[in-house]
Design a protein around this ligand. Structure first.
Ligand SMILES: Cc1cc2nc3c(=O)[nH]c(=O)nc-3n(C[C@H](O)[C@H](O)[C@H](O)COP(=O)(O)OP(=O)(O)OC[C@H]3O[C@@H](n4cnc5c(N)ncnc54)[C@H](O)[C@@H]3O)c2cc1C
Length: 546
């Protein structure tokens, strides 16, 4: 079979996942990456003996990873991945301490993490969320006994949303409005279109529990006040398949994906920023992608191009506007961008320190709704903050020099539509956050123990990762930018041009970008009339649930 040339712009997890899939579909794929190493948001910062994952840390749905590591070149020879209950069952994973299947373990070791999160409230009390119904009930009882009945109802209703929204519709490509209209009545019936926070408030009286059961979309850049309740499925995704960690950090998973891609014959080029996507055609006629040009002036032809980069910047900066009727500048700028974040990477001496923290800690501030409103709507820098504190060296000491911990803490802030000057505001905010961690007793004597500190602000997302307005997570996940209304994986403007990753369908977060790669790969398989024996490689596995 003649292999067609494909180019992917960007080596985020979505770009790598699509690269693996295209190799297995019979393309010769080149990935061009602006940075000097892969991963995109999952880039790794190594400094002073510490290894910091710069982005995603919470790994969910490990069988999506197993599926990628199971693919083979020209996948007619595909061995069925192992989706037996031993591989999928969360209790078995926790018992054996191993996540993922046999193919994953050839590339990276993934283990389950418990509790999933420790969620601290502003009064110092906490909730250990671990997906175990008994421990969840016990903790709800201690906070607000009247909410126990609400939890049972929430559990059932969130499960119904998960069954329909994730298990049945997860891989649906909403390329036309008819597909969207077909599922709309179901979503209304499940109440999945109501804003998540309003949905959660129907079940829980306690403000603490309202926060525990609604904060998760923040990890993918969405405001709990605005994302549709379909995001209640995250709760169930975590409960069903657990939360996992790649030993060595998420960077080891990225490294595994690069190795897999290269083993299948794909090629990846770093320090290679794409400056133009070449299109052939007429303003009012057919337009077909021809390849790309790099910032160094070199031109690379291809039959197919997919962008893993930012939606707005891909269309506005890389494609001449005469080729764009649907994704015109006005429309692209009209799209709402997700919030941004300040992330502080820090290393500290651990000797004699008795840390009462977990691997994943959510430290909520004194305000919830008002704070979210300031970040997402008013776009101002608030006086208070909530944060997600990650201490992976509690699980994997190799990430820090002996006797030290490696940590990062992430603070949601507005994207750069705010006009905030981060060159002035960054450092004082970082000091305030670290002082808070010390003075509230989360990490005693932190400033004395500190041996490394560095941070990123929305400017990193805007200037280094080429994300429009410094968005942290792509196009904001709101109802009006979901499914059909989210940027399309198959360009509406240009033939053989595709999107993959957090900006495309189904959305952001590591599981969703892997799903996005599969959706895009399926659309490509259809467009190129790839034989069924090979398409099998991008089929949906049968996921048996207990
Ligand atoms: C701090 C942080 C924490 C997060 N935590 C979690 C978490 O715990 N769990 C979770 O599931 N999700 C998390 N997320 C979200 C998750 O990281 C993202 O949704 C996901 O990694 C995005 O992957 P992607 O494939 O869309 O591409 P990206 O990671 O955005 O990569 C895009 C790539 O394209 C490259 N690029 C852009 N323009 C060009 C160009 N012109 N030429 C060449 N290359 C270009 C960029 O350099 C980049 O490498 C987090 C995100 C952040 C920022």
């Amino acid at each position: 079979m003649e292999r067609k040339q494909a180019i992917i712009i960007g080596s985020g997890i979505g770009g790598l996942a699509l690269g693996i899939r295209l190799q297995s579909l019979g393309f010769d794929t080149k990935i061009f990456e602006k940075l000097d190493a892969p991963g995109g948001r999952a880039y790794v910062r190594r400094v002073d003996g510490f290894t910091f994952d710069m982005g995603p840390t919470v790994i969910t749905v490990p069988h999506l990873i197993e599926e990628l590591f199971s693919l083979e070149r020209d996948a007619a020879a595909l061995a069925e991945p192992d989706f037996s209950p031993q591989v999928l069952d969360i209790n078995n994973r926790i018992r054996t301490g191993i996540s993922g299947g046999p193919n994953t373990s050839k590339y990276v070791k993934i283990i389950p993490i418990l509790p999933f999160y420790r969620i601290y409230f502003d009064d110092g009390s906490y909730f250990d969320y671990d997906g175990d119904p008994e421990s969840t009930r016990r903790q709800i009882q201690a906070i607000e006994p009247e909410d126990l009945a609400g939890y049972e109802r929430f559990h059932d209703d969130a499960k119904a949303i998960f069954d329909r929204g994730f298990l049945e519709l997860g891989y649906t490509y909403f390329g036309d409005v008819v597909t969207m209209l077909k599922i709309a009545p179901d979503l209304v019936k499940l109440d999945a279109v109501r804003p998540l926070f309003a949905f959660v408030k129907r079940y829980f009286k306690s403000p603490k529990l309202q926060q525990v059961f609604s904060f998760e979309p923040l990890l993918v850049g969405g405001s709990p006040l605005k994302v549709p309740a379909i995001y209640a499925m995250i709760h169930f995704v975590e409960k069903t398949w657990g939360i996992h960690f790649a030993m060595g950090g998420t960077g080891s998973l990225v490294k595994g994906f690069v190795r897999k891609f290269e083993e299948l014959g794909g090629k990846i080029y770093y320090n290679s920023e794409v400056s133009r996507i070449d299109v052939e055609g007429t303003r009012f006629g057919r337009k077909v992608v021809k390849g790309i040009a790099l910032a160094d002036g070199s031109v690379h032809p291809a039959e197919l191009v997919a962008s893993n980069g930012d939606y707005a910047n891909t269309y506005m900066k890389l494609i001449d506007k005469k080729y764009r009727f649907i994704n015109q500048n006005a429309r692209v700028k009209f799209a709402k961008q997700s919030m941004s974040i300040v992330v502080i990477y820090f290393g500290f001496k651990a000797d004699g320190l008795d840390l009462d923290l977990r691997h994943h800690n959510i430290i909520l501030g004194p305000r919830y709704e008002a704070l979210l409103d300031e970040i997402f709507e008013q776009k101002v820098l608030s006086k208070d903050f909530s944060q997600y504190l990650h201490i992976p060296s509690l699980t994997d000491p190799s990430l820090a020099p002996p006797g030290h911990h490696a940590a990062y803490t992430l603070v949601p802030v507005p994207n750069n539509k705010s006009g905030l000057d981060w060159s002035k505001l960054g450092e004082p905010l970082v000091d305030k956050v670290l002082t808070f961690l010390e003075e509230r007793g989360y990490i005693p004597e932190l400033r004395q123990r500190l041996v490394h500190k560095s941070f990123i602000t929305p400017d990193y997302f805007e200037n280094t990762l080429n994300s429009y307005l410094g968005n942290g997570f792509g196009v904001e996940p709101v109802l009006t930018q979901s499914a059909f209304f989210r940027p399309h994986n198959r360009s509406e403007d240009i033939e053989n041009f595709y999107l993959v990753g957090a900006n495309a369908q189904p959305g952001g977060g590591t599981p969703a970008v892997m799903m996005s790669a599969k959706i895009t790969a399926r659309v490509i398989a259809k467009d190129y009339a790839i034989p069924d024996t090979i398409v099998k490689a991008v089929g949906t596995p049968k996921v048996s649930l207990k």
